[in-house]
Design a protein around this ligand. Structure first.
Ligand code: SF4
Ligand code: SF4
Ligand code: SF4
Length: 311
């Protein structure tokens, strides 16, 4: 797909080639990330999705992920709700919404693409004590495996249950999640999933522009959409936003507070550190005593050695 396709909103030459991964942070320095005016995002219009899974396939290829057991042509997998995992940074789920008693009325289903939402104020970033996750100025929340210590706080903190872990890789396990194809974005290209989508479900562009687009679609097609842009306000806003014709909590997108949760995770994290302080002081004292004792023992041993030599 070329850059002038409709699913791309003014990617403009303004996207700097500067690397997106920034330096780490100290354990208690998780600050509210600065929001760039050049924040990018994607609008996912679920009303257009036909569940072809081409986005899943493109993402899998782009990131050299392990091939799934079933081919990407297989649509039966859509019948069971899935979450992104270490082999799939994005998944499509299928929802039928008309319930009559215990029966499900099989009308036209809604297909929903899930991936990391690239939150404006991400809990995963806040929870990571070594700064392995970073919210970049252009939107992507990126991961640096070199800094990761495998604590998996990010997995617990994420309100969307996105980060996965390579449990099958005991030597060099990594946290796995959608990267927002940040290298492509830096090169002025579309994310791999947006490039291949035949229905133009995924519209990439400046966050302000995709929000305007979403508002216009709701306004122009009264009754087609629920009057809510998911991700505009949830958890303080997300780079990926959604339109739908069904209530979002019925199609797998959780009802969440408008307040970003990082402040909460920081409180927990800082609490942990506060309570670590006493043991650290204790261990330091014990360490000092052990060192002194060993040193004395060592001196004693060396004295003995010396003494033995003398014998
Ligand atoms: S969706 Fe989860 S993993 Fe993605 S940025 Fe938000 S908190 Fe982090
Ligand atoms: S933005 Fe990239 S990493 Fe994320 S779902 Fe799309 S193709 Fe996968
Ligand atoms: S490629 Fe587009 S139409 Fe096909 S499943 Fe993905 S989002 Fe839906």
């Amino acid at each position: 797909m070329e850059l002038n396709r409709r699913n791309f909103l003014k990617i403009s030459g303004a996207i700097a080639a500067a690397p997106l991964i920034k330096g780490g942070k100290s354990a208690n320095a998780a600050q509210k990330p600065k929001q760039s005016e050049n924040l990018y995002g994607c609008l996912v219009d679920t009303t257009l999705c036909v569940g072809c899974r081409k986005c899943e396939e493109a993402c899998n290829k782009r990131h050299n992920l392990a091939k799934p057991n079933e081919s990407f042509e297989e649509k039966a997998v859509l019948e069971k709700e899935r979450r992104p995992d270490e082999t799939s940074y994005t998944v499509i789920n299928k929802y039928y919404q008309k319930n009559i008693g215990s029966l499900t009325w099989r009308t036209k289903p809604t297909f929903v693409k899930f991936q990391c939402m690239h939150c404006n104020d991400p809990s995963c970033v806040s929870a990571c004590i070594v700064g392995a996750l970073t919210k970049t100025g252009k939107g992507p929340v990126v991961y640096d495996a070199k800094k990761c210590i495998g604590c998996r706080y990010c997995m617990v903190a994420c309100p969307f249950q996105i980060p996965a872990y390579e449990y099958n890789n005991p030597l060099t396990p990594e946290v796995m999640k959608c990267t927002f194809c940040f290298e492509y974005i830096n090169d002025g290209k579309l994310p791999a999933c947006a490039q291949v989508c035949p229905m133009e479900v995924i519209v990439f562009g400046k966050k302000t522009e995709i929000l305007d687009l979403a508002r216009n679609r709701i306004k122009k097609k009264k009754g087609k959409y629920v009057e809510h842009i998911y991700g505009e306000k949830e958890v303080g806003g997300t780079s990926w936003i959604y339109l739908a014709s069904e209530p979002f909590d019925k199609i797998g997108l959780p009802k969440l507070d408008h307040k970003a949760p990082p402040r909460l995770t920081e409180t927990i994290q800082h609490g942990l550190f506060k309570y670590f302080a006493a043991p650290i002081a204790l261990f330091s004292t014990l360490g000092l005593i052990m060192l002194t004792t060993n040193f004395l023992k060592g001196s004693d041993k060396s004295n003995k050695k010396e003494n033995n030599k003398d014998l």
